[in-house]
Design a binder for this molecule. Structure first.
Ligand code: FE2
Length: 199
């Protein structure tokens, strides 16, 4: 396969004021595009051509850092655009997912606190995650382009990008405010539930 930049599933203005047009123009149109272009160049001759994106991410981790960084970020960002929607967030979750968050993570409010803390606590660039591992939900954080996919075979169902390119235009250094806005106003819980159902 080769990588290609997906269209945003909404207009560049649609997530304002929580994420601005300018942020999406840089983040999607320039940063994600660079991962796609660099990933395609590094895929050539890697021995992983013809594999799925998930296989390329797993197959390059720890072996081909250049390809992993770009393919990993392509995977993360593909989902990231769909993990948000206009008028997202809120506290009304699909029933089965809400029940699982109550069982495994101590309820929605505790999930929210712990997910934000994971993002705030990631030193430098990276991501915070909600994933399914061994049939249980867990919250984690990873550096750079890593994800739960390369940590013990977990399946990410929600992730928030905490690279500065994701929030600096709108929030400057206030990463906690960005994470709070992401959870309260942007998360597309229907997409999270779709991934949860398949995990
Ligand atoms: Fe990003």
């Amino acid at each position: 396969m080769s990588f290609s930049l997906p269209e945003l599933p909404y207009s560049h203005d649609a997530l304002a004021p929580y994420m601005s047009r300018e942020t999406l123009e840089y983040h999607h149109d320039k940063h994600h595009l660079a991962y796609v272009n660099n990933g395609n160049n590094l895929l050539k001759g890697s021995g992983l051509e013809g594999k799925s994106l998930e296989e390329i991410v797993k197959g390059s981790f720890g072996k081909n850092a250049g390809l992993f960084n770009n393919a990993g970020q392509h995977y993360n960002h593909l989902h990231f655009w769909s993990w948000m929607k206009p008028n997202g967030g809120g506290t009304k979750l699909p029933g089965r997912l809400e029940k699982k968050i109550n069982e495994d993570l101590g309820g929605f409010e505790k999930f929210k606190t712990d997910f934000i803390a994971a993002g705030v606590g990631q030193f430098g660039s990276g991501w915070c995650w909600l994933s399914v591992k061994g049939g249980k939900l867990e919250i984690s954080k990873t550096p750079n382009g890593e994800s739960p996919l390369v940590h013990g075979g977990a399946t990410p169902i929600l992730g928030c990008d905490v690279w500065e390119h994701s929030y600096y235009i709108d929030y400057r250094n206030r990463r906690p405010d960005y994470l709070k806005a992401f959870v309260e106003n942007l998360v597309n819980w229907d997409y999270v539930d779709q991934l949860f159902s398949k995990a």
